[in-house]
Design a protein around this ligand. Structure first.
Ligand SMILES: C[S@@+](CC[C@H](N)C(=O)[O-])C[C@H]1O[C@@H](n2cnc3c(N)ncnc32)[C@H](O)[C@@H]1O
Length: 248
């Protein structure tokens, strides 16, 4: 997958691209990340990228020319339009979700535009952007952190990127349930035992325990997720058992 990032602060990405899964995904050629400094594409002799808002008011607005100039360049790249999407990060966008991460992971190429100041000139949004995404109902200083969130969550879904494919599959939200608790060695830590079933070696029992804990977590922390989920008969039975327990 190719990922183009349009930003005024490319150096913010160095840490995240140089560590952990993203670093490995780049070195194994699963992804190619193209950090584009919008400032380099300004027509202004001082590389100005923002200006005062028409009509007055507080803050500055990112000018359209440098961003359009970047897209003029990108459009010259052979095959740029094939299976690609341009995303603008904004708190006004559709709330990002695991489902959207899965959808984006199917594309060949994504282009992410990071806003700053009060945001971008509306003509950029109208003419260059396919989709607007928000990472939550709060306002950050820029779109760089949200772009990193998108990149990380999408890249870990690409085939071969995670060491153990099953681990992305079992993550919370992939089947609309929160994931079950995890334990590692030692079996007793500061007086607290690991649940016995996990030490039993009985995989059917372990799977049952995990599914039940997953349902319990979802029921107690995110009951809204259960409204849209189609449970199978086994899961329905476990859920009924849980609902009958007093402490749930
Ligand atoms: C200070 S914010 C601008 C907010 C804008 N004035 C508004 O009210 O919608 C600057 C930039 O940060 C990014 N940003 C801030 N919060 C975000 C969020 N929750 N999700 C995605 N992007 C966000 C956007 O790219 C935005 O253009």
């Amino acid at each position: 997958m190719k990922i183009d990032i349009l930003t005024l602060f490319p150096s913010m990405f160095y840490g995240v691209l140089g560590s952990s899964i993203l670093k490995r995904a780049i070195s194994k050629d699963h992804i190619q990340v193209n950090l584009i400094d919008i400032r380099d594409h300004s027509n202004d002799k001082h590389n100005k990228v923002d200006d005062y808002p028409y009509g007055g008011g507080a803050g500055m607005v990112m000018k359209p020319e440098p961003i359009f100039n970047v897209f003029d360049e990108l459009n010259k790249t052979p095959g740029y339009f094939r299976d690609q999407k341009t995303i603008f990060m904004t708190p006004q966008g559709k709330k990002y979700s695991q489902k959207k991460a899965q959808e984006l992971s199917q594309l060949d190429r994504i282009t992410i535009l990071c806003g700053h100041y009060e945001g971008v000139d509306e003509r950029v949004r109208d003419n260059l952007v396919d989709e607007e995404l928000s990472i939550g109902d709060f306002v950050l200083t820029g779109g760089e952190l949200p772009a990193m969130v998108i990149m990380d969550s999408v890249v870990r879904l690409l085939p071969g990127v995670l060491g153990d494919e099953a681990s992305a599959q079992a993550d919370s939200f992939n089947d609309y349930l929160l994931e079950h608790p995890h334990y590692t060695r030692p079996a007793i830590f500061r007086g607290t035992d690991v649940p016995k079933v996990l030490l039993s070696g009985n995989h059917a029992q372990i799977d049952r325990w995990r599914k039940k804990e997953s349902l319990k977590r979802t029921l107690t922390r995110r009951p809204d997720l259960l409204e849209n989920v189609k449970l199978n008969d086994f899961e329905k039975k476990l859920l009924e058992e849980l609902k009958q327990q007093d402490n749930i």
